[in-house]
Write a protein of this length. Structure first.
Ligand SMILES: Cc1cc2nc3c(=O)[nH]c(=O)nc-3n(C[C@H](O)[C@H](O)[C@H](O)COP(=O)(O)OP(=O)(O)OC[C@H]3O[C@@H](n4cnc5c(N)ncnc54)[C@H](O)[C@@H]3O)c2cc1C
Length: 490
């Protein structure tokens, strides 16, 4: 991919003047849209191609609705294409969740008269192949290196216009801020000012020309996902989980349940893992199976000012701070992305004796002296999720008990991305970074941590740790082979 700066130069905001001129009023704010390849629109094409990659959903999807708008204007059907390929660190657990979600997308699109094709091919190559018959290509936006590289490759040498529509954040990343933010407190006021502009409904646009026969067909069988996943060359040791039912419908059900029962207590109890008030929507957000705007609207309309404000702070400010980090710090996954003060103090304390010393194998197996750490590790490996309060404790202990801060960084990132369903996300890199001082400030000095914020056993006194450990045992039992299938966990 081109260097970061060059990538930004090749992309041009569609803006009002630069909009393709093939459509009238749009439901999508112009600043969500960027032309990645200036090649002409070819109205003689057979369809408008939407290359779906990040926004894996059939509704409340700005890129999809924009493709539908263009197609209506051109008198063409829409074809959605997905390229199934290797994604760094993705496991059988991740592919199972994603593919089940895509099976639902296929069905939901068919109901709207929109075609869907999935092929085992790197997405940019699939785009080049299918673009031959397309009038233009629309894609969604991702912020990680590989997602940027795919889009840069797709734009290179394409002889159709390629338009990117940014639909998995509330505020487009460059509209929110034009630089790498140092903390939530610097980004928060900018985002809050933009909420009213971006928090609005996105009803499905009517599909004027339904997809008929003769469109390209899939070479991937979404009707037998276990077989499909078993045949992928990915880490098969990390298997699917029952705790989270994949897909848009499940995401909406979870949102509805959260709005009804969790949100009211979120302000007060969000720090207590055993209280069950967290939304558990992060896996769905990671795979684009639900829009953050849809979630934020539901939270706002619940008229629970305290819970909603706290929730929106996590969903919008914290989440979009992570996106800001991934976008403006291209080395988001490297130890040297940390602020200089944090690297200096960690280096100064690198030789401090550790109260306990564990390597990755012991940590991953949950074989430490600390039953709360071990329970958190079990929740992660068995169910693919962990509450935020435990994630902080878990990660700070890895820093405290590893031989060096660099080793801790490698271990925390590797475990995070291997086991969490929401791993390999901008939020993964920003939050693992936070363990080491990113987006934070210096605190009183401590052994090993230096002035990076530490976390001791007092954190565990803020909630019922014994109840949490019992819950984890139950959750892990429900994941064991042969356990009864259970309804969605709350
Ligand atoms: C060490 C560590 C590692 C983490 N790794 C990940 C990760 O791999 N993927 C991931 O999505 N989140 C990660 N987080 C952030 C946060 O813990 C999870 O997003 C949250 O726990 C998900 O659960 P929930 O959906 O029930 O959250 P809720 O409490 O219901 O919050 C709602 C939404 O707000 C967003 N959110 C909440 N807290 C944060 C945060 N600190 N940063 C960014 N967004 C946030 C999430 O999208 C979440 O779904 C990590 C946090 C820490 C401390």
């Amino acid at each position: 991919m081109p260097p970061h700066g060059a990538w930004r130069e090749t992309a041009r905001r569609a803006g009002s003047k630069g909009r393709l001129g093939v459509t009238g009023a749009s439901l999508i704010e112009p600043e969500r849209e960027t032309i990645l390849c200036e090649a002409p629109v070819r109205p003689e094409g057979r369809f408008v191609l939407y290359w779906m990659q990040q926004s894996q959903r059939a509704s409340f999807n700005p890129a999809l609705e924009r493709a539908v708008e263009y197609a209506a204007d051109l008198g063409l059907p829409v074809l959605v294409a997905f390229g199934l390929t290797a994604f760094p660190e993705a496991t059988a657990r991740h592919y199972d969740f994603m593919l089940r979600g895509l099976a639902e997308v296929r069905t939901a699109l068919a109901r709207r008269g929109i075609g869907f094709v999935i092929r085992r091919e790197p997405p940019h190559r699939l785009v080049h192949r299918l673009a031959e018959d397309a009038a233009l290509v629309v894609c969604d936006r991702g912020y990680l290196r590989i997602q940027r590289a795919w889009r840069a490759e797709a734009a290179k040498g394409l002889n159709r216009r390629l338009v990117q529509v940014e639909g998995d954040v509330v505020a487009p990343v460059e509209t929110a801020s034009d630089h790498h933010e140092i903390a939530a407190r610097t980004l928060r006021p900018k985002l809050l000012r933009l909420l009213d502009r971006y928090l609005h409904d996105l009803p499905p646009r009517p599909v004027a020309h339904p997809a008929g026969p003769g469109l390209p067909v899939s070479d991937v069988d979404l009707d037998d996902i276990p077989r499909l996943v078993a045949g992928l060359r990915v880490d098969q040791a990390v298997g699917p989980v029952r705790r989270f039912t994949p897909g848009e419908t499940a995401a909406r059900e979870r949102l509805a349940a959260f709005a009804q029962s969790g949100l009211a207590r979120y302000g007060e109890d969000r720090g207590r893992p055993e209280a069950g008030v967290a939304s558990q929507l992060s896996p769905y957000l990671h795979f684009g199976q639900i829009s953050p705007v849809e979630i934020a609207l539901a939270a706002r309309s619940a008229e629970l000012p305290d819970g909603a404000a706290k929730y929106l702070d996590e969903l919008v400010v914290r989440r979009e701070l992570a996106v800001n980090h991934a976008w403006y710090a291209p080395h988001y996954d490297r130890f040297d992305v940390l602020p200089a003060w944090a690297r200096r103090t960690l280096a100064a304390h690198a030789g401090d004796p550790r109260p306990h010393l564990y390597g990755r194998v012991q940590l991953e197996a949950g074989e430490t002296h600390d039953p709360d750490f071990n329970a958190a590790m079990l929740e992660m490996t068995a169910t693919g999720y962990m509450h935020n309060a435990l994630r902080m404790y878990w990660g700070k202990k890895i820093l405290q008990w590893s031989a060096s801060p660099e080793e801790a960084w490698e271990t925390a990132l590797a475990l995070n991305n291997r086991w969490f369903l929401d791993g390999r996300d901008p939020s993964s890199f920003a939050n693992v970074g936070w363990l080491f001082g990113l987006h934070d400030r210096p605190w009183g000095p401590q052994p090993v941590f230096g002035t990076v914020r530490s976390m001791g056993p007092n954190v565990l006194k803020k909630f019922d740790a014994a109840a949490y450990r019992r819950q984890v045992s139950e959750l892990a039992r429900a994941e064991a082979p042969g356990a009864e299938p259970r309804p969605q966990a709350r």
